[in-house]
Design a protein around this ligand. Sequence first.
Ligand SMILES: Nc1nc2c(ncn2[C@@H]2O[C@H](COP(=O)(O)OP(=O)(O)OP(=O)(O)O)[C@@H](O)[C@H]2O)c(=O)[nH]1
Ligand SMILES: [Mg+2]
Length: 304
Amino acid sequence: MGIFDAFREGLTKTRNFVADGFAKISARMGRFDEEMLEDLETLLVQADVGVGATISIMDAIRSEMKRTGDASREAVLHTLSVQMRAILGEKHPLELQSGKLNILLMVGVNGTGKTTTAGKLCYRFRAEGKKVILAAADTFRAAAIEQLQVWGERTDTPVIAHTEGSDPAAVCFDAIRSAQAKKADLLIIDTAGRLHNKQNLMDELSKIRRIIEREAPDAFCQTILIIDATTGQNAVIQAEVFSQAVELTGVGITKLDGNAKGGVAVSIAYSAHCPILLAGLGEGVSDLTDFDPDAFVASLLPEH
Ligand SMILES: Nc1nc2c(ncn2[C@@H]2O[C@H](COP(=O)(O)OP(=O)(O)OP(=O)(O)O)[C@@H](O)[C@H]2O)c(=O)[nH]1
Ligand SMILES: [Mg+2]
């Protein structure tokens, strides 16, 4: 499946919500009036585009209408699409550097999809012929270690794990040593779900970072915050707070499928100041793609 089709299929519920809402508003009259613009504003906020991004989009729509005198459905939709695209910025695919060890550190709050995304990334990079190792640095629950081991089996990837309750930084130490000995291309570290206000968990993350810097100073390390689209504006707050606490390379947004909250990507791009790298569009092993702003906007809005 091409990237446009993947987004289109994954974002069906959000598109239905936004496109149906837009159709209802624009069906009232041929031209947009102030009441219709206000309804469009409400629709965007309901689709989790966020208040800040929505205001900026609506300001642009109003001033473009004033400038051109064109208040048609097509003109409004065009400006909406251009503005969303501008907020989302350039495409930032997740890339590895060749000839050295790459490390991906998966962070985020509970249940956002860190382990699943780590597994999907294994699948993707194994398919590209890369030598990959998984580190089970979520030692909080035995089930978390087992869950990662299942992904290891599924993707034919070795998993470095200790027992439940052991030191996550020690797991990382062993995993780095193993990755170096095997000349692996990529080490993916799965961490425990943490709340940004839980100081001990944030400290644990800093300790992992220090181990990486000490033991693998030449590695190319990327820290990816995994956020769950279904949590709407809460996801935006997580992105803001985590980007202040740890040096984030970018964000992966999961669960863009199956709900009407896909607009949250626009909200995150508007407020979090860090690129969206990945999109989770389902639970399957191949339901992960690089975040593609063009495909995203085309999938969210009605045809025009
Ligand atoms: N529909 C859908 N479900 C997803 C996606 N990504 C993850 N999930 C599901 O979300 C649930 C939680 O995923 P996990 O990968 O266990 O999340 P986690 O962040 O590792 O959770 P903790 O380790 O408890 O912090 C699982 O049931 C996954 O199958 C996605 O892109 N789409
Ligand atoms: Mg997990």
